[in-house]
Design a protein around this ligand. Sequence first.
Ligand SMILES: C[S@@+](CC[C@H](N)C(=O)[O-])C[C@H]1O[C@@H](n2cnc3c(N)ncnc32)[C@H](O)[C@@H]1O
Length: 359
Amino acid sequence: MDGSAGAEHYRAPLLLHSLAEFREIIYGCLDAAGVRSIAEVGAEDGHFTSELLQWSAGRDVRVVAVDPEPSAALLRLAVDEPRLELVAKTSLDALPELDALDAYVIDGDHNHYTVLHELRAIASNARNQFPIVLLHDVAWPWARRDLYYAPDVIPDDARQPYTFDAGVVPGDPSVVAAGFRGEGEFAVALTEGGANNGVRTAVEDFMAERPGLVFRIVPAVFGLGVLFDERAPYAGAVDAVVAVYDGNPLIERLERNRLDLYMAVLGGADGRSGPVGELRSALEQAQLHIRDLESENKALWAERAEHEERAEAGRRLAAEVRALIAAKPFRVAETVARLRSSSGVSRAHVEAVLRELGL
Ligand SMILES: C[S@@+](CC[C@H](N)C(=O)[O-])C[C@H]1O[C@@H](n2cnc3c(N)ncnc32)[C@H](O)[C@@H]1O
């Protein structure tokens, strides 16, 4: 690995997740299909949008990004790159308003209802043949389980029961306390599998409505799906780019391993095992210890205040006694004389006692 490859490695996020990771395969498909216009649905921070802009630089290609909540980075990209058309709407509002485009990248709200309706909107816009559509998240975790950025916009009868407060782990169709989770950003369906659940299920349901489509899957980085018309003039060329990855067992194993490792980093289903789980437990122990020390400290401060109060009272009493004695010196002399005669105490002893009292 040379120095620049090392630097690239350090800039990569711990969990690769962007469509940008598929850049070579996607460019290959777009080139093979001779694409002149493309829309990315769900652009987030514009990582893949930048890739699209780079790919299209110097070519006469229309690039559209659709996202209902464009991030600051995406807005900046749209300002810096006037070639980018940014549509700040949901896909289901934006797609019917766009003319037919040659290609679409679907990476927005990863649920059955949204993806099925996105594909239907693309189909009804299409001129004579269905365009090439690239879909992210056709593998675990959203292949067979809905994710909702905004559950309220999905009709009640098309939405799975969901939660914002749990996560998912591979191999468990229910939800778990920790695992892969949205941290409030998105909700997950309570159960994986079954009808009308997940992105891949939506593609399959759409294909059942519209025969004559080819669907290839690159089983890495949450899965890239490539959907195209088998009668398209470029069908063979696109298939030559992607068929080699489709169902490739080595890539599937690597993806599974990547997810298992990431789950271990997250601390497993309950967030307690693995490096992060252990750190979390150690942190909780340290917090408990700090709480104990704080209450001990509080008790010590209260004890100290009590001692200071008593010392102050002693000082006040001594001062009063001194004042009293100073006001009546003859009584001291009288008392000393009396003491000496009645007890036989020596004069030197009485003087020592008086010195000690500071008299
Ligand atoms: C996974 S991110 C996209 C990542 C990006 N394509 C990439 O590869 O770097 C999903 C994005 O979809 C957007 N989104 C959510 N609901 C949407 C909807 N109904 N239509 C379009 N985009 C949506 C979110 O705001 C978020 O930015």
